[in-house]
Design a protein around this ligand. Structure first.
Ligand code: MF3
Ligand code: CO
Length: 250
């Protein structure tokens, strides 16, 4: 599949889709507190998406059974919300959500602390976020896709964390997952040339320990193999002639 270049009309729709998602996210974040279940977060997120007149794009995607991915501690991504999974003080929780507005998809993720968290957990979250920003410094028309990957890798490698390699970022538009795939680790090849009008979901997933992950028996939840904590930070961005526009941070 070819990488799509969005028209001005499509870019306007992507902007609106992402803006609505950012609002949903802001309000989900405010709701996170010890004692609530991961299903409570899903219910809140699903309701907010629908209140905006949008559709949760994760629900039923390849059979995924919820609207929000809620991944706690050693869960990397795609945690399935459950009413018996209660958030505890000191947990870290990764929320990943997306929606469809007038046919256009948005996608973003953040990791939050539940109440007070350890200093090492705080640093993992902060450095994961920083690697996104270091990566997208390279997300400029005329650069190559893997300049982003290499910059994320360089940002993280000094800490001895494990960069998840089994999952990658992606193009996004009229589908949740479009070409190209966007690795978060150093690449030998340059990758495609970045052009204005490309919309990309850049999403480093970083483990405190080793990079290896495994899938639970529910066929969705990805966990770290060594049981270490994992953090996720994702935005949908637009490639322009200048700096990238972070559409999910309006
Ligand atoms: N946000 C995820 C991604 O970036 C998508 C979740 S897959 C789903 O690819 F099935 F949970 F929707
Ligand atoms: Co994504």
């Amino acid at each position: 599949m070819a990488v799509t270049i969005k028209s001005e009309r499509e870019i306007a729709l992507m902007r609106e889709s992402c803006k609505l998602l950012a609002d949903v996210f802001h309000r989900m974040e405010e709701a996170v507190e010890p004692g609530m279940s991961t299903m409570d977060i899903n219910i809140i997120g699903d309701r907010l998406i629908r209140e905006h007149g949008c559709i949760p794009n994760f629900l039923h995607y390849n059979g995924y059974p919820a609207s929000i991915c809620v991944s706690v501690n050693d869960e990397v991504v795609h945690g399935i919300p459950h009413k018996k999974h209660i958030l505890q003080e000191g947990d870290i929780v990764s929320l990943d959500a997306g929606l469809i507005y007038k046919g256009y998809h948005s996608d973003m993720a953040r990791t939050f602390g539940v109440g007070e968290i350890s200093e090492e957990a705080r640093l993992l979250i902060e450095r994961t976020k920083q690697s996104f920003f270091d990566g997208i410094k390279m997300a400029v028309a005329g650069n190559h896709l893997h300049d982003i990957s290499n910059a994320i890798d360089a940002s993280i490698s000094r800490y001895g964390y494990g960069i998840v390699t089994d999952l990658v970022g992606h193009g996004i538009g009229t589908k949740l997952h479009e070409d190209p795939q966007i690795p978060n680790f150093a690449q030998k090849r340059k990758g495609i040339l970045l052009r204005p009008g490309m919309t990309l979901a850049v999403e480093p997933m970083i483990n405190m320990g080793r990079s290896d992950v495994e899938w639970l028996d529910d066929d969705w939840t990805v966990v770290t193999e060594d049981g270490s904590l994992s953090a996720h930070y994702e935005n949908t961005i637009l490639i322009t002639d200048g700096e990238p526009e972070i559409l999910t941070m309006p």
